[in-house]
Design a protein around this ligand. Structure first.
Ligand code: ATP
Ligand code: MG
Length: 259
């Protein structure tokens, strides 16, 4: 990995860019994944590169829903494996969820590289290596699902996911949670719970929440889920961006070191 000086004002942004490039060099991340990452970065600038209240709220409900689930599954793609491999394995552990590799640009080599990476961080079971089922409404490669994973799941977490596949999972009756920095994307609009945050911040926070919340009684978790409104969350994200841009426009940003 290219050495980035810690003193660089955009250190973390450059650090995760390098992680994505490294993911590609390891054979995990697709070229289109690089572009998707750039789109995410742009939206992160707009929200202010920190976890905002609507994301924190959505994460809490998502964790509650996962703790209540019968067959929870966390999906992993090439960008996720490049950015948060360790956190993915840890999150699955604390939520008692299965891990399934689920690729938009599926190749067997990429599947293998991602499985190796997850196992390196302690994953015992990795699904999606020999998927035998098909998600209705999606063409062959894109619709593959593991019989013991997404196929059987009641609750799925599909971070950084394509909108069409998100919609197909919703149509199948799955409860779908996504992590997506773009509140306007089709995935963000289709999911049951949308966490508008960078996955590098969201996963560590969800691990913390899971450790706290798994002690709660089921009734309390059910209450948390019942009162949730994803439409309101998405609107609150848009209002946050609007207010932030209005404030920045009024204060002025020219030659400001921090915004
Ligand atoms: P859709 O089909 O949902 O309208 P899309 O074309 O944006 O959208 P993809 O490019 O497949 O679909 O999805 C990747 C999504 O992930 C993008 O919306 C992007 O904003 C988001 N994204 C990229 N990197 C991150 C990240 N690090 N954390 C959270 N979201 C991210
Ligand atoms: Mg999307």
């Amino acid at each position: 990995m290219v050495k980035i000086p810690k003193s660089h004002p955009r250190y973390w942004s450059l650090y995760y860019r390098e992680k994505i490039i490294e993911g590609m060099e390891k054979g995990m991340t697709a070229k289109a994944g690089l572009i998707a990452h750039g789109r995410g970065e742009a939206f992160d600038y707009l929200i202010g590169e920190k976890t905002i209240e609507p994301a924190e709220r959505a994460m809490k409900v998502a964790v509650a829903k996962f703790l209540l689930a019968e067959w929870p599954v966390i999906s992993v793609n090439g960008n996720v494996a490049a950015l948060v491999p360790e956190e993915t394995v840890e999150l699955a552990k604390v939520l008692n969820a299965k891990l399934e590799i689920n690729l938009f640009y599926r190749t067997e080599d990429r599947v293998r590289a991602i499985a190796d990476e997850l196992r390196k961080y302690g994953a015992k079971e990795v699904l999606g290596i020999n998927p035998t089922k098909r998600i209705p409404g999606l063409e062959h490669e894109r619709g593959k699902a593991d019989e013991n994973g997404i196929w059987k799941a009641d609750v799925v977490l599909v971070p950084l996911e394509d909108g069409d596949r998100t919609e197909a999972l919703v149509r199948m009756g799955k409860f779908v949670v996504t992590v997506d920095l773009n509140p306007l994307s089709r995935s963000a609009r289709m999911a049951d719970i949308t966490i508008v945050d960078n996955i590098v911040r969201a996963y560590p926070r969800m691990i913390e929440l899971a450790k706290e919340m798994r002690k709660l009684p089921r009734e309390e978790l059910e209450d948390i889920v019942r009162s949730y409104d994803n439409g309101k969350t998405l609107s609150d994200v848009l209002v946050h961006i609007r207010n932030r841009l209005t404030r920045l426009a009024e204060e002025g940003i020219w030659r400001k070191k921090e915004i």
